[in-house]
Design a protein around this ligand. Structure first.
Ligand SMILES: [Zn+2]
Length: 437
C-alpha cells in the first residue's frame, strides 16, 4: 500500500515523456510504473492528458528576508514558487540583512525563514572581500556553494571581489562557486533617462566577456567549479565553449527574460524590464536558445529579484535610478514553455533546463527528477492551456512584472511537495542542507 499514486499520459521521466503511474510513500517516489498499473494506494489521482513534471528547482532566488522583507519574504516567495511549479529554491546570499557571509548570518536567515516556507529552501553563501576565512565553516554549515560579484552588487554590504580575491576564495574551499559576471571597467554611469537604449548602452556585452574571462581564468588556475550566473551576452558563449573544451569546470545559466524579451520592444520608462546584465536584442536571444539546445547553457533559472515599486522607480520610469531585478519565480515555467514550444522544444527539454540541471548544479540529488528514490515533488501542468498574466494573481510581495498582460501557454494546476499538495496555507517546506555538511 502506498500513500499516493499519480497517473498521467504525459509524465516527464528521465527516459522522456511517457504514460506512467508514480507511486509515493512517506514523501518519496517508490515506483514509476505503467499508466494503468494496479497500485493499492490511499489516494489515486488520474491526471489524464495533463502533464506530470518533477517539481522545478530554482537555484537563483533572492528572498531578501530578514532586513529587506518589504522587497520579498520567505512566505510570499515560497508561495509564489509553489504556484509556479517550483518545489525547491536556493536563496541567494544578498539582499537580506545580514547577507549570508558567515555561519552566524546563515543561522539568522534560517531563523527568519523557519515556520513560513511553503517549498524546500536551501542557501548559497556569499564570498565578499574579507570573509575568505569564513568560507570553509559556512560550507560546513550546509550552504551549496558561494556567490561572488565581480561588479557592484547594488547593495553596500555585499561588495564585489577583484580577480585576486576571487582566486583566494576559490583556493580557500572546495565548493561550487556562482559568479555575477560583469566587469566594472566596461560599465558606464548614465544620466537619468527613461530610454531603455541608454541603460542598455551602459552595460555592453564587453562587460560580460571580460568578467567571464576573469571567472574562467580563476577556475582554470584553481581547478575549481565556477558557474556563470544569468548570462545575457551570447557573444561570451565562445569563451565558455573554449574553456570547457580544455577541461575548465565552467557552466552557465540564463533566465526566462533573456530568452523571451527583446530590447527593441521595451517601452519608454518601463523599468520593470530593468535587470543586470540587461536584456539585449533578438539576435542575441536566438543565440542563447541555440546554446541551450546544444547544452552549452545548462540551466534556466529565474533570478527572482524583486524590490518595492518606489525603488523600481515606477513613478518616474528612470532606468538609471531603478533597482535592477525581475521577479518571475511564479511565471518562469509558462514563460519559458511558451517560447520553447514555438521553437520546437519538448516539455522534457524544459524539465532538463529548469529542474534536473539546476538540481545537479547544487547537488540536490533527490530533487528535479521523476525517479525512484527522489522526493515526491510533483507538478500537474496543462501544457496547452493559455492565460493572461494578471499581476493581481502573483503571490510575490511586489507584483511588478514585465509579463503583465502577456498571454502565456502552460498552466500549473497542482503542486505536491514530498507527496502533499501545497495549498499556501500550512507551510510544510524544509531546509535543504548540502550533502556531507
Ligand atoms: Zn541574482
Amino acid at each position: 500500500m502506498v500513500d499516493l499514486v499519480v497517473r498521467s499520459r504525459r509524465a516527464v521521466t528521465p527516459d522522456g515523456v511517457r504514460a506512467a503511474a508514480v507511486s509515493v510513500r512517506s514523501g518519496k517516489i517508490v515506483a514509476v510504473d505503467e499508466y494503468a498499473a494496479e497500485v493499492p494506494a490511499v489516494e489515486d489521482v488520474d491526471l489524464g492528458e495533463l502533464a506530470l513534471l518533477p517539481g522545478l528547482v530554482d537555484t537563483h532566488v533572492h528572498v531578501n528576508e530578514p532586513g529587506r522583507t518589504e522587497w520579498e519574504g520567505f512566505a510570499s516567495a515560497t508561495r509564489a514558487a509553489a504556484a509556479g511549479g517550483v518545489t525547491a529554491i536556493v536563496d541567494m546570499p544578498l539582499n537580506s540583512l545580514p547577507p549570508t557571509v558567515s555561519v552566524e548570518a546563515l543561522e539568522i536567515k534560517r531563523k527568519a525563514a523557519a515556520g513560513q516556507i511553503h517549498v524546500d529552501v536551501g542557501f548559497w553563501g556569499g564570498a565578499i572581500p574579507g570573509n575568505v576565512a569564513d568560507l570553509p565553516a559556512l560550507h560546513g554549515a550546509g550552504v551549496y556553494g558561494f556567490k561572488a560579484f565581480l561588479a557592484d552588487s547594488g547593495v553596500p554590504e555585499f561588495p564585489p571581489l577583484n580577480a585576486t580575491q576571487l582566486a583566494e576564495a576559490l583556493a580557500a574551499v572546495e565548493a561550487q562557486f556562482v559568479v555575477h559576471a560583469e566587469d566594472p571597467e566596461h560599465l558606464h554611469e548614465t544620466a537619468s533617462s527613461a530610454a531603455y537604449s541608454d541603460f542598455l548602452a551602459s552595460r555592453p556585452p564587453e562587460a560580460e566577456h571580460a568578467a567571464v574571462a576573469t571567472a574562467i581564468a580563476a577556475a582554470r588556475e584553481a581547478g575549481a567549479r565556477v558557474h556563470i550566473l544569468h548570462l545575457s551576452a551570447a557573444s561570451a558563449l565562445p569563451l565558455i565553449a573554449a574553456a570547457r573544451a580544455e577541461g575548465v569546470r565552467v557552466t552557465a545559466e540564463t533566465c526566462p527574460h533573456y530568452l523571451t524579451l527583446d530590447a527593441a520592444e521595451i517601452p519608454e520608462g518601463a523599468t520593470e524590464f530593468k535587470c543586470c546584465p540587461p536584456i539585449r536584442d533578438s539576435a542575441n536571444r536566438d543565440r542563447l536558445w541555440a546554446a541551450l539546445a546544444d547544452g552549452l547553457i545548462t540551466c534556466v533559472v529565474s533570478d527572482h529579484s524583486p524590490c518595492t515599486p518606489d525603488l523600481k522607480r515606477q513613478d518616474t520610469g528612470d532606468f538609471a535610478e531603478a533597482w535592477g531585478g525581475i521577479a518571475s519565480v511564479q511565471l518562469g515555467l509558462p514563460v519559458v514553455w511558451t517560447a520553447a514550444r514555438e521553437r520546437g522544444h519538448s516539455l522534457a527539454d524544459v524539465v532538463t533546463w529548469m529542474a534536473r540541471r539546476p538540481a545537479d548544479l547544487a547537488g540536490l540529488t533527490a530533487k528535479g527528477r521523476l525517479e525512484v528514490g527522489a522526493d515526491a515533488d510533483l507538478v500537474a501542468f496543462d501544457p496547452d492551456a493559455t492565460f493572461r498574466v494578471d499581476p493581481a494573481e502573483l503571490h510575490h510581495r511586489n507584483p511588478v512584472t514585465p509579463y503583465a498582460g502577456k498571454t502565456l501557454t502552460g498552466h500549473v494546476r497542482t503542486t505536491w511537495l514530498r507527496g502533499q499538495i501545497v495549498t499556501g496555507a500550512e507551510p510544510r517546506g524544509r531546509f535543504l542542507t548540502r550533502e556531507g555538511s
